[in-house]
Design a protein around this ligand. Structure first.
Ligand SMILES: [Zn+2]
Ligand SMILES: [Zn+2]
Length: 750
């Protein structure tokens, strides 16, 4: 935390201050704050959140935001004067700045860091801030020539028109129009043109609200009761139970109350689809989208509209939680179990769900999270605070899919060594015959899982990371999935020179090739992150699939999200054990969520569906409960083991990673920090509620040429423990070759 900034931002206006602290982004320097003198004539006008124009260096001028005031200057600094205020209406206010400060504190990073991912700062440094468009309107015929009158007649009949379009249409010139304006025959106005990606829905009729089913209606009523004060509600509804309509009715109510809504979706593609639905229901003018991939120009437009309170519903992916939407009456987080809500790289490693909770608290409004397979933490807190709402019926009573568990050990016993079990092959054949669609999940990218020399046993590894390289069939290369490393597949073993390299294990590309051999007549398409080289390609793939042009869609976990296609009647999971076998405390939860979500893709209409889980471990509880699609039973077992080992929700985890190109130095620095941390905790007699574990080598011990050692802290002291660790870490000084990474509430500990 920048102490200077913290102190000065207590003050909302600059009237009494000598200096303003401004925030800016400079190429090569990054996001930083600087102090500037406030000219007397600006003292009464200057406010937090205003964009200003300031001199920088010898010749340059740059744009910046006012973020604080002070009467003091750091020693040795000579401040220059602010040149002018670019816009007197602040783009954000004190409360917003405080919210960002909280985020910086919670995630142990600087406020500059948070501001960088929140505010479209880069945009400030470009010249063109907004697009405008000119319009023309008829005023009078007086004083016009004969030729001009013809133009005026056309204009009169049209009302207000876009100037450049009209010039073309009326076969006249801009100069003629200017002259007409000068003689008072027409009026030309200039209006701001917002770049609105929802423009295409502008003139479509608004969709009506359907009548809710009784279960949906009572869930809605419970949300309605809680509007106007803060609570964290979980809407736990099985797949196809109609959560979205419950959200929509709640949004309608909040808008009627004159408040605004923030709606988060886990991914950009889902956020886009969601925004379209919102626009069709509530109108394009009130709705906007925000995520990391909209252009800085679009972002700036949304900022402007938010500032003018024109946006009533803001939808977006995780970064939308930082959009400066005011007067929020409801925050919704859909598919709240998705790991995409957490930013893992770069810092701040924030979790939009945690940040949204704080935002809801500051706004005194409810946070509604929804999922068919909620995060264990969310479920635990909602259940214990009386804020758990459940939808147990499928919309229109659509039947649930029937899940079959195939024991692959028996297949091997029957001498079937293939990737597909006999039962799954038969089911796919029947489905193809019935002209129905199939989804196959294989949650591993690439062709195989590792490449091994059968002569000497060498497994080919990434030179930068302690991770096997993965063969990719299309490019005939070996790739590392953790860094950018890629190399041609060697013909001989680099270790012993034998020509016996084998691509072992199964990846999604291998499944695709085998499926094409097994079902030569079928149209098969693969969907994984390697297929996403072209922008929007996956939207095209999903569109084709939903139009019924694809028979079998094969892919990684990307498949499990948001696909809603009534013609899908069969789902096959090639290796259901896959996600359970990671050495991580969340692996059962992740596996259960993935299997339940993908099973939910089958039989979404009136067609009953079938789901096949192929496994070597059919008795595992997470697999059994996923088979029954029984979240409650899964939760009961999982929460016990979390309690037994003090994992969240029974503690909060802080993960510290020390890394260096030198293995010994990385390990030694981790040991030193652990010792000092233990020392403090023991002295304060807090060793029980603040457990320090490690150091130990990370599961992925070497990543991008750096050796990694981790310390895990299980904090059962809440805020007090958090502050203690924060102050300890902020005092640590490390040599330049050692890097420290702190991850608060990490999603994995690999
Ligand atoms: Zn070899
Ligand atoms: Zn690598």
């Amino acid at each position: 935390m920048d102490e200077n900034l913290k102190k000065t931002s207590e003050q909302q206006e600059g009237m009494l201050s000598k200096y303003a602290l401004v925030l800016t982004s400079i190429k090569g320097i990054g996001v930083k704050t600087f102090s500037y003198l406030i000219p007397d004539e600006l003292k009464e006008k200057i406010k937090i959140g205003q964009p200003v124009f300031v001199p920088f260096g010898k010749t340059r001028y740059i744009n910046a935001y006012v973020v604080g005031f002070s009467n003091y200057l750091e020693e040795g600094i000579k401040a220059k004067y602010i040149s002018k205020i670019l816009d007197t209406t602040p783009v954000f206010d004190m409360n917003y700045l405080k919210f960002l400060e909280w985020t910086a504190d919670y995630y142990f990073c600087s406020i500059q860091n948070v501001l960088e991912c929140a505010v479209p700062i880069k945009f400030l440094n470009e010249q063109k801030t907004e697009l405008t468009q000119k319009f023309a309107e008829f005023v009078s015929f007086e004083g016009a020539t004969k030729r001009q009158k013809e133009v005026l007649e056309k204009l009169e009949s049209k009302g207000k028109v876009n100037l450049s379009e009209f010039v073309k249409e009326a076969k006249t010139t801009v100069l003629t129009m200017k002259k007409l304006e000068e003689s008072g025959c027409i009026k030309i106005t200039e209006e701001k043109l917002y770049r609105n990606p929802l423009e295409i829905f502008k003139n479509t009729q608004l969709q009506e609200f359907p009548k809710l089913m009784p279960e949906q209606e009572s869930a809605y009523k419970e949300i309605e009761k809680r509007l106007g004060s803060h609570s964290c509600i979980l809407l736990h509804g099985i797949t196809s139970s109609g959560k979205t309509e419950v959200y929509f009715k709640a949004i309608k109510k909040v808008l009627e109350q004159g408040k605004n809504v923030l709606f988060l979706a886990p991914e950009i593609a889902l956020a886009s689809v969601l925004t379209q639905r919102l626009a069709k229901r509530f109108g394009t003018e009130k709705t906007a989208i925000w995520h990391s991939s909209i252009s800085e120009g679009e972002k700036f437009d949304v900022w402007q509209k938010i500032k003018n309170n024109e946006i009533r519903i803001l939808a977006g992916a995780r970064s939308a939680v930082f959009a400066p939407l005011k007067n929020i009456g409801l925050i919704i987080i859909d598919e709240e179990h998705e790991s995409a809500y957490k930013q893992t790289m770069p810092s701040p490693r924030y979790d939009a769900r945690t940040v949204a909770q704080k935002l809801a608290e500051l706004n005194g409004c409810p946070l509604v999270s929804g999922s068919a397979t909620p995060d264990i933490n969310t479920y635990y807190y909602a259940k214990n605070s009386g804020n758990l709402l459940e939808l147990k019926k499928r919309y229109n009573d659509y039947p649930m899919a029937k899940v079959h568990v195939i024991d692959m050990r028996e297949e091997r016993f029957k001498a079937n060594n293939g990737i597909f079990s006999q039962a799954l092959v038969k089911a796919i054949e029947n489905n193809l015959k019935d002209k129905k669609q199939t989804i196959i999940l294989m949650n591993r990218r690439g062709f195989s899982t590792y490449t091994q020399c059968l002569a000497c046993g060498e497994v080919l590894q990434c030179p930068n990371c302690a991770i096997p390289l993965i063969f990719h069939s299309q490019t005939q290369t070996l790739r590392c999935h953790y860094c950018e490393h890629e190399e041609p597949m060697p013909e001989t073993c680099p270790h012993c020179g034998s020509e016996t390299l084998k691509n072992c294990g199964t990846g999604v590309q291998k499944v695709e090739i085998i499926a094409q051999k097994l079902f030569p007549e079928a149209k098969i398409v693969r969907l994984d992150s390697d297929a996403l080289a072209r922008k929007n390609l996956h939207i095209d793939i999903l569109n084709e699939f939903s139009k019924g042009e694809t028979d079998i869609l094969i892919g990684t976990q990307m498949l499990a999200k948001g696909l809603d296609n009534p013609n899908v009647t069969l789902v096959g999971v090639i290796n259901a054990d896959n996600s359970f076998n990671l050495p991580d405390f969340r692996s059962s939860e992740r596996g259960f969520q993935l299997l339940t979500q993908v099973a939910g893709r089958a039989g979404r209409g009136n067609n009953p569906g079938d789901v096949y889980f192929q496994t070597y471990n059919p008795e595992f509880f997470a697999l059994e409960t996923a088979k029954e699609q029984n979240y409650d039973n899964f939760y009961k077992t999982e929460i016990q083991s979390r309690e037994e080992f003090d994992y969240p929700p029974f503690s909060k985890i802080i993960r510290i990673i020390l890394s260096s190109k030198n293995q010994f130095r990385a390990e030694r620095s981790a040991q030193e920090i652990t010792l000092r941390l233990n020392d403090i905790v023991n002295k304060m007699q807090l060793a029980e509620p603040i457990a320090v574990l490690g150091p130990s080598a990370c599961v992925i011990e070497k990543l991008q040429e750096r050796y990694r050692f981790q310390i895990l802290i299980k904090n059962k002291l809440g805020e007090k423990g958090h502050r203690l660790i924060h102050s300890f870490l902020s005092k640590i000084k490390l040599p330049d070759d050692i890097k420290i990474t702190v991850d608060v509430d990490p999603l994995d500990i690999l």
